[in-house]
Ligand binder design. Structure first.
Ligand SMILES: Nc1nc2c(ncn2[C@@H]2O[C@H](COP(=O)(O)OP(=O)(O)OP(=O)(O)O)[C@@H](O)[C@H]2O)c(=O)[nH]1
Ligand SMILES: [Mg+2]
Length: 391
């Protein structure tokens, strides 16, 4: 709950957000940090600003290194395939073992602690989909606060499309899950769907302030939201609110704080005696909606279910497109958010398809006959084949 910053601090934040060069931004952020009153209510915000400064420092260091032509660990893993999934967990839980079983990545599996020191990607083929798995360096106490190789570990998690939270069943799972939750919490990465979503889009100077409330404001009025943003110097912005949002949620999003990443718990080393009891222990901790997949990298058990679990977690569907004059649909599917319509798909393919959309033909098992001629509002499902016709 960052609320009630002094005007001076808000002003400094504004300067920091306008700073272009990272070096300059760091200075402004440090000044901002010194102006935030120190109490429980600003704890998260202060941690977040410190992390931002640490990230910027890394970026500068990486740029310098690249300029000098040096190699070394990369901080950011370019997304490839249909989704990027980051494997998070304490050291020695078996992250490298999983990565090397499922992908061609060359990683070292060892009984030594902290073997993996940089984010390492590999491609995992699931049916006709490709999931890029990234092993993040081990999480440890206070990773979010800048210890050891952080914030690298949590930055890769933040950029991911989904997370695998890996637990070692040869040890007490409660502590392990607690550590992961705590560090994700500090890094403002939610693994449960938030009730509210606030998007703030800066607009060009003079464009004015626009508030779009698709959900509901809980403890404030539109006027309060406008005042809050203006107190941060944001006079030209579009604010979109979905779900039920409090004024704190809005303020939070000014700092680009919270992101939501879907997650599954991977309970590894299920071959250990007593593993079953520990899985039972995990269940209430994971809570509703969070899947737990017991696996053993040693016995190679449970792995066959991972692809489907990831696919479900991502909340996406596959749609195959066909050109009107071709017989076969594309081999490679489009992946698109569940509950998308034909028009959403058209938009994804090309803006022309969207603008000049006329009708579509759909081949689908659930239809009584295929192809069927449908309009733009037709709801897509996994496995549908679509042929779009333009005006
Ligand atoms: N019994 C058993 N041992 C496993 C299993 N999976 C991994 N191990 C062992 O656990 C140790 C650590 O495995 P890694 O895959 O290197 O672990 P990591 O999480 O990548 O660890 P760091 O990168 O060092 O932080 C190795 O000795 C593995 O052989 C499993 O399912 N069962
Ligand atoms: Mg490793």
């Amino acid at each position: 709950m960052p609320a009630n910053l002094p005007a001076e601090a808000k002003h400094k934040w504004r300067e920091a957000s306008l700073a272009r060069r990272p070096e300059e931004k760091i200075i402004k952020l440090q000044e901002f940090l010194s102006l935030i009153p120190k109490h429980k209510g600003t704890e998260n915000l202060r941690a977040q600003v410190k992390r931002k400064i640490a990230t910027l420092r890394r970026e500068i260091a990486e740029k310098k290194r690249k300029k000098a032509g040096g190699g070394g660990p990369s901080f950011f893993i370019e997304k490839e395939g249909d989704a990027q999934i980051v494997i998070l967990g304490s050291t020695n839980v078996g992250r490298s073992s999983l990565l090397s079983l499922l992908t061609n990545a060359k990683v070292e599996v060892s009984n030594y602690l902290y073997t993996t020191k940089e984010p390492t990607p590999g491609m995992f083929q699931h049916q006709d989909l490709q999931f890029q798995l990234v092993e993040a360096p081990a999480l440890m106490e206070d990773t979010a606060d800048g210890g050891a190789w952080s914030p690298q570990t949590l930055t890769v998690a933040r950029n991911a499309d989904g997370l695998l939270l890996m637990i070692d069943l040869s040890k007490d799972p409660t502590e392990q899950l607690h550590l992961i939750s705590q560090e994700l919490d500090k890094a403002r990465i939610l693994i449960r769907k938030p009730t509210a979503r606030v998007e703030i889009e800066r607009r060009y100077m003079g464009a004015g302030f626009k508030l779009i409330v698709l959900g509901r404001l809980v403890d404030c009025t539109s006027r309060n939201v406008e005042q809050l943003l203006k107190s941060y110097g944001m006079h030209d912005a579009t604010v979109k609110i979905q779900g039920e949002a409090t004024l704190d949620d809005v303020e939070d999003s000014i700092f680009e704080g919270t992101v939501y990443r879907p997650a599954i718990i991977i309970a590894n080393k299920a071959d250990f005696p007593g593993a079953e009891k520990r899985i039972e222990q995990l269940k209430p901790l994971a809570g509703e909606g969070m899947g737990i997949l017991p696996i053993s990298c040693r016995d190679k058990s449970g792995l066959e279910r991972l692809g489907t679990k990831i696919f479900k977690m991502l909340n996406i569907i596959r749609v195959y497109t066909k050109e009107p004059n071709k017989r076969a649909p594309s081999k490679k599917p489009f992946t698109i958010r569940k509950d998308s319509t034909i028009l959403d798909l058209a938009k994804r393919i090309h803006s022309d398809f969207y603008k000049q959309f006329s009708y579509a033909k759909v081949w689908a098992k659930r239809l009584r006959f295929s192809p069927q001629r449908v309009g733009g509002g037709f709801a897509l499902e996994d496995g549908d084949t679509v042929e779009i016709h333009m005006k």
